[in-house]
Design a binder for this molecule. Structure first.
Ligand code: GCU
Length: 604
């Protein structure tokens, strides 16, 4: 017997530990967490010398071992403790001049002590890491994650020691054609551990996930499910909403799963009254509390109905660029500043482009009463026929729905932006649209499509939206740049928008570049007056579109882009912001404010 066990132990030690598939733990901020944010040691490794040997084979003694020379003669050619530091969360590009343009691998290392408590489990949680992350604990590979904008976690129960644990993360943001997004984007490829990292301690059997929203089309029945993770899968789970007098109980099955259907009398969430309830999901071994709003969102013909009432989505598009300091935004303060400016413009809606933004943004939108368009970074021309590209896009979509499905603010899941009409592309996106409906039937599916000029009778006066993908969408999004990439500002006066679908339309992008403080006549490009001129003509055209039910001009704030090299004007910023990075409002900001005041009246 003993020899058999020794053999087993030996096999266990020698055999490579199976990398885990990342787990999705929702609502981490309500769990027992230990933050690992702050200064991390970092080694910049352009040749991935810390991962590959000189034969480009994965090396057994890479930087992930966080090794130290055993004695004065021992050769170890790296040392995290004498290496520089980077802040986490944060992109590396805006932390060091030398990393501004850097795309490649950076090794991050953090040490921590953790006296583990009996009967608990421990997870290492990342809010996001751009683009590919390989995660190691005490020299052992836990797993990897691809995609820069969604959370992931690995279980480390039993893998920690009281003192001196070493987490090493290889983050690589090199761009590849098969990636999602692919090699060309009009935003900066900010690399690094761009969102928070924490240890999450949960009971042995814990509330892993739950979906608590109103049943589709109902204002008085909560529907959804709860999922436990652990050996005690079969439990009684109570769903409590004290303020609404709701206290229901369900029994989970052998997989820890139970569906929910709970009658409830609730004050519905809306931009005018963003009502959130304290909701407790209380199993016998674990309780998670949440703040959830309840509302219905649906379409009827060309109308979008919020809680059964037709609404106009007075919006603006936003990139996750930090106000004032620039770089990847991540904090609650960043969210409050950006969403505060949108509110000042009179918005009740924001399009978070072109990828899932940090959780602070969507939770703040819940609190502020801003409806949200959330998008998966299927942007421009990705490799539609590559199965890995599809699996990657599908996974990023699933991860963003998993994280945000309990947010009342999110009303639209967007599966793509400005993708070229074509068979493989449309098949790819139809599958993503179907995946959204399978994961969340309570919200609307959209995409930012492109139109084309139908070259009809009166040459060039009609722009047509007849993209075949439109058939699979609940709401049509359309990007157009009349007056900037397409003609001069007054061209919009001569264009009528037509769609072959009797569905609501959101003009998801329109606008023009202007450098704040640069002034000239209304036809001088880059001036505030030119941008204002474009917006004035846009508003005139938008008013003529019969099925227009929303707008999200491009873009709230100037943002960094490697495609914008015009010196002294762009300086690697896309200047289509209605406000500068310091929050200075450009003249066009007030054109939209005025338009939204009128729309608010109209939809009273
Ligand atoms: C596109 C695209 C944006 C881009 C914008 C622009 O429509 O969707 O990502 O930034 O146009 O050119 O400014």
């Amino acid at each position: 017997m003993r020899t058999h066990l020794t053999v087993l132990a030996l096999v266990a030690i020698c055999a490579p530990v199976e990398a885990q598939t990342p787990i999705r733990i929702v609502n981490v901020e309500a769990r027992r967490t230990t933050s690992l944010n702050g200064k991390w040691r970092a080694i910049v490794d352009p040749y991935e010398n810390g991962y590959y040997d000189f034969r480009l084979q994965p090396s057994k003694d890479g930087y992930f071992l966080d090794a130290k020379p055993k004695d004065k003669s021992d050769l170890v050619e790296y040392d995290f403790d004498t290496s520089g530091q980077l802040d986490v969360p944060g992109d590396w590009n805006t932390q060091r001049e030398s990393l501004f343009f850097y795309e490649g691998t950076v090794w991050y290392r953090k040490t921590f002590d953790y006296p583990s408590r009996p009967g608990t489990r421990l997870f290492l949680y990342f809010g996001a890491a751009n683009y590919e992350a390989m995660v190691y604990l005490n020299g052992e590979k836990l797993g990897s994650h691809t995609g820069g904008y969604t959370p992931f976690a690995f279980e480390i129960t039993g893998k920690t020691r009281e003192k001196g644990n070493s987490v090493v993360v290889k983050v690589d943001d090199k761009r590849h054609r098969e990636d999602v997004p692919t090699v060309n984007t009009d935003w900066w490829n900010y690399g690094g551990l761009t969102r928070g990292v924490s240890l999450v301690e949960v009971p042995e059997t814990f509330v892993e996930d739950y979906f608590v929203q109103l049943k589709k089309g109902s204002t008085d029945t909560i529907a959804g499910w709860v999922k436990l993770n652990g050996v005690r899968a079969r439990q009684q789970v109570a769903i409590r909403i004290p303020e609404a007098g709701v206290s229901a109980s369900v029994s989970t099955d052998a997989n820890g799963y139970a569906a929910l259907s709970i009658p409830a009398k609730l004050t519905l969430w809306s931009p005018e009254n963003p009502k959130l309830y304290d909701v407790a999901i209380a199993a016998e071994t674990d309780t998670v509390s949440e703040r959830i709003g309840f509302r219905t969102i649906e379409t009827k013909g060309t109308d979008i109905l919020l809680n059964g009432k037709s609404v106009f989505l007075r919006g603006v598009s936003i990139h996750e660029e930090a106000p004032f300091r620039t770089g990847r935004a991540y904090s609650l303060e960043d969210a409050r500043t950006l969403l505060g400016w949108a509110k000042e413009m009179g918005c009740n809606f924001v399009r978070l482009a072109h990828y899932p933004h940090n959780e602070n943004m969507v939770r703040e939108a819940d609190r502020l009463g801003l409806m949200v368009w959330s998008e998966t970074p299927v942007y421009w021309t990705i490799l539609w026929e590559n199965p890995e590209t599809f699996a990657n896009a599908s996974n990023q979509l699933a991860e963003s729905i998993a994280r945000d499905k309990n947010r009342a603010s999110i009303v639209l899941w967007s599966v793509a932006n400005e993708t070229p009409v074509g068979e493989a592309r449309t098949a790819f996106l139809k599958k993503l649209a179907a995946q959204v409906r399978a994961l969340d039937s309570t919200r609307l599916v959209t995409a930012a499509l492109l139109h084309h000029n139908d070259g009809g009778a009166a040459e060039g006066t009609t722009d047509l939206l007849d993209d075949p993908l439109g058939a699979d969408l609940d709401v049509l999004g359309c990007n157009e740049y009349l007056g900037w990439y397409d003609g001069l500002p007054d061209k919009a006066d001569h264009i009528d928008y037509k769609t072959i679908y009797s569905k609501p339309l959101i003009m998801s992008e329109f606008g023009a570049d202007a450098l704040y403080g640069l002034h000239g006549d209304p036809l001088t490009r880059w001036s505030e007056e030119y941008q204002e001129n474009v917006y004035r003509h846009q508003v005139g055209m938008l008013k003529r579109i019969p099925n227009l039910r929303g707008t999200s001009p491009w873009v709230l704030m100037d943002f960094r882009s490697p495609r914008r090299a015009l010196a002294d004007i762009q300086d690697f910023f896309n200047r289509k912001g209605l406000v500068s990075v310091r929050g200075d409002k450009k003249k066009a900001f007030y054109v939209m404010q005025e338009f939204y005041q009128a729309k608010q009246q109209e939809y009273q």
